[in-house]
Design a binder for this molecule. Structure first.
Ligand code: ATP
Length: 367
């Protein structure tokens, strides 16, 4: 296994008119499982392909272990990639698929190769499939074989490109757990690309969020969830998405009054909050961010409450999502046993510690 260092990595396409990856810096520790997430076209696959050596960077540097591999051909990098479409050789058996990579990348003799394939097949629970061809396998079995083929090589680095996207929801959950088990057992160093933020959050020791080819934030999943560095990350991580309301801010005698810029409502944060955050609060306009799960129903009409009409009640099992007529889109998550119907008017509030304030223009998090 090996640590990975990416320095000022850039990839342009179409003579510079498309910047797929822009000045990316990353350090991945030995044995660390890093998930890379972001919307379609943000540069996830391009980043992975540059790590694999399948795409040449326009500029920048990639180190795997202590070696600068920026100009090293893919076949000479000790890296295994697992693809969404499995990429198995259709005319080879499972055994041959797994053994082929070993034959190409190592000088192990035939009996040692066989020993490793058989051992890995046992670990992946695919021993009984070794003589089958890929078209005799289900999607989940194919992905197990693809994983086994990567593991048997014992590479320095595993690269996963949306490996579970073609599987149904149940199988995805099973395979996710399987990959996490392998990670625990083998301590693999991995970069795992997904567009599914839930997958990124649950699987990664660290999550890397890209947008428009640029790194937005990296950190432990809870850290990114609790302290998004900007409005994009706040909105991208978490489901349903964080609610945003543009507000103006005034100091008033009993605290800090936030008024939405459409003038529909205002509420007041405590004097203690205003004092504690005085140094950070230099502007008079912000985008307020509050997560649906941090909205609660207010008792009476405290100063930091908003009155809202309920447009839609969306049941999701133990909770209901309330779509409220506050701002462009505002969702509150409340327990399903709370008796609220569409058309009701309710009073909502939130804990001051759960409030995020973003710069309205740049989107940077202020508080
Ligand atoms: P998705 O989740 O949809 O797979 P992604 O985050 O993996 O997206 P990339 O495939 O890395 O994104 O693409 C990043 C940007 O680079 C996109 O704007 C894409 O159109 C562009 N791009 C990728 N490959 C090429 C190519 N070979 N030629 C030209 N532009 C490309």
């Amino acid at each position: 296994m090996a640590r990975v260092r990416v320095e000022s990595l850039r990839k342009e396409y179409d003579v510079g008119t498309v910047v797929a990856v822009d000045d990316l810096n990353l350090e991945i520790e030995d044995g660390e499982f890093v998930t890379v997430v972001g919307p379609s076209g943000c540069g996830k696959t391009t980043t992975l392909r540059m790590l694999a050596g399948l795409e040449e960077p326009t500029s920048g540097r990639i180190e795997i272990g202590d070696e600068d591999v920026t100009d090293v051909h893919a076949k000479n990098r000790d890296v295994a990639m697992v693809f969404q479409n499995y990429a198995l050789y259709p005319h080879k058996t499972v055994f041959e698929n797994m053994e082929f990579g070993l034959r190409m990348s190592t000088d192990l003799d035939a009996s040692e190769r066989e020993r490793r394939v058989v051992e890995t097949a046992e670990m992946m629970d695919i021993s009984e499939l070794l003589e089958d061809k890929p078209d005799e396998l289900s999607g989940g079995q194919k992905q197990r074989v693809a994983l086994g083929r990567a593991i048997v090589r014992e590479p320095d680095l595993f690269l996963f490109d949306e490996p579970l996207s073609n599987l149904d929801a149940k199988l995805r959950t099973t395979m996710r757990a399987e990959i996490q088990r392998l990670q625990d057992e083998l301590g693999i160093t991995a970069v795992y690309v997904t567009h599914d933020q839930h997958e990124a959050m649950t699987m990664g020791d660290r999550i890397v969020i890209l947008n428009d080819g640029e790194l937005q934030q990296q950190g432990a999943p809870t850290e990114v969830y609790e302290n998004p560095t900007n409005r994009f990350v706040g909105g991208f991580i978490g489901s349903p998405s964080m609610n945003f309301i543009d507000v103006t801010v005034d100091q008033v005698s009993d605290g800090l009054r936030l008024r939405d810029t459409d003038g529909d409502f205002s509420f007041t944060l405590s004097a203690a909050y205003a004092t504690a955050n005085d140094a950070a609060l230099g502007m008079d306009r912000y985008t307020l961010g509050i997560r649906p799960e941090n909205v609660s129903l207010a008792d009476g009409q405290p100063q930091n409450a908003i009155t809202a009409g309920v447009d839609v009640v969306e049941p999701v099992g133990s909770d209901n999502f309330l779509h409220l007529d506050v701002g462009p889109e505002f969702i509150a998550r409340v327990p399903s046993d709370v008796d609220i119907e569409s058309g009701d008017h309710i009073s909502i509030t939130f804990d001051e510690s759960d409030i995020h304030l973003f710069d309205m223009d740049s989107g940077a998090e202020i508080l």
